[in-house]
Write a protein that binds this ligand. Structure first.
Ligand code: GUN
Length: 297
C-alpha cells in the first residue's frame, strides 16, 4: 500500500507545538510579529500571502500586511522594507516573490535585515545554511524535511534526486539533505533543465523531490518501485469548473502512486508545511530577538 502523506495533519501537529512556544513568549510579554509585503496583482501570490496572514491570525502571531501596486517605484518597496527592518513589533517579514521586473530581486533579498529574514533568502542566511549553521531554514525545504521525518523516511545514505535548482526550493533542499545532521546525510543530485536523461536519474533514486513548476512532468514511468516521491509543485491548469482552474503538482499523481512507497498529494502535501515552517521561523525570530527561550518542534 502506498502511503499518501497528509501535509495538513503533520502541519497541524507542528502548529500545535508552535502554539506552546507562543504561549511561552506571551508569558514573557512577547507577541511574535510577522509581516508580508506584496507587490503584484498575481492571483496565486495574493492567495499565498492571504493564506500566510490567515495562518498568523489562527496561531496567535501578529500578522501585518503591506500592499504595493505592481507599478509603484522600486524605491517605495525599499522604503517599506526599511520601515519593517526598524519596526520593533516586527520580528520577521518577507517580500513575496516574484517581484515585478523593474525591481531588482537580489537587492530586495539583501535589503532585509538578516535577523528578520524568515524566508532565509538573505545571502548571510544562505551562507549559514550551507555552513551547517542555519538560523532560518527556508520554509518549503524545511517542511519537506519534516514530512520525511513524519513518514519515518530515513534519508541517511539514500540517493535523493531533486528536480529543480531554484533558490527557493532546489538549492536549499540540496543543502539540507547533504548536511551531516538528522534529516540529512543523503547522496544528493540536483537535476535541472539542462540535465541529460532525467528519467535515468529519477529511476535511480530512493527519494525524488520535484520542484520544477512544470505540471505533471514526472510520471510513474520515470520512477522505480518503492520510491519516496515529494511533490513541491503547485501549478494552476485550466479546468472546466467554477474557478476555471485546478491545482496539479509537478508529478503525475496516479501513475507515480503505482510505483511509490510514499507520495505527497497536491494540494494537501507540501503546501501546508510551507506555511507551518514560516510560522516556525517567525516564532524563532521572536525568540532570538527578545531573548526568550522556546522549545521549537
Ligand atoms: N514565492 C514562492 N515561494 C515563496 C517563498 O517561500 N517566499 C517568498 N517570499 N516568496 C515566494
Amino acid at each position: 500500500m502506498t502511503h499518501v502523506l497528509d501535509g495538513n495533519a503533520v502541519g497541524d501537529r507542528i502548529r500545535g507545538e508552535l502554539e506552546d512556544c507562543i504561549e511561552t513568549l506571551a508569558e514573557a510579554g512577547v507577541t511574535p510579529g510577522l509581516a508580508t509585503v506584496l507587490m503584484t496583482e498575481d492571483p496565486a501570490s495574493e492567495t499565498y500571502v492571504s493564506m500566510k496572514q490567515r495562518a498568523c491570525e489562527e496561531i496567535g502571531i501578529n500578522g501585518i500586511h503591506r500592499k504595493l501596486d505592481a507599478d509603484a517605484p522600486a524605491a517605495d518597496l525599499f522604503a517599506a522594507i526599511e520601515d519593517l527592518n526598524e519596526d520593533p513589533e516586527v520580528h520577521g517579514f518577507l517580500v513575496q516573490m516574484p517581484v515585478p521586473d523593474h525591481v531588482n530581486d537580489r537587492e530586495v533579498l539583501r535589503s532585509v535585515d538578516p535577523i528578520k529574514d524568515v524566508d532565509g533568502f538573505h545571502p548571510e542566511n544562505v551562507g549559514r545554511l550551507v555552513a551547517g549553521e542555519a538560523r532560518y531554514k527556508p520554509a518549503t525545504p524545511h517542511g519537506v524535511q519534516k514530512l520525511l521525518e513524519a513518514a519515518d523516511v530515513d534519508t541517511e545514505g539514500k540517493d535523493a534526486v531533486i528536480v529543480g535548482r531554484s533558490d527557493i526550493v532546489g538549492k536549499p533542499m540540496a543543502n539540507l539533505l547533504i548536511q551531516k545532521a538528522p534529516g540529512g546525510n543523503a547522496t544528493t543530485t540536483v537535476c535541472h533543465s539542462r540535465t541529460q536523461d532525467l528519467a535515468s536519474k529519477t529511476r535511480g533514486a530512493d527519494i525524488v523531490i520535484a520542484a520544477t513548476g512544470v505540471p505533471e512532468m514526472i510520471d510513474g514511468s520515470m520512477l522505480s518501485e518503492g520510491t519516496v516521491v515529494i511533490d513541491v509543485g503547485v501549478n494552476r491548469v485550466d479546468a472546466d469548473n467554477e474557478k476555471g482552474y485546478e491545482l496539479v503538482g509537478d508529478v503525475e499523481f496516479e501513475s507515480a502512486k503505482e510505483k511509490a512507497d510514499v507520495i505527497t498529494p497536491v494540494p494537501g502535501g507540501v503546501g501546508p508545511m510551507t506555511i507551518t515552517m514560516l510560522l516556525y521561523n517567525a516564532v524563532k525570530a521572536a525568540s532570538i530577538q527578545e531573548g526568550v527561550d522556546v522549545d521549537l518542534p
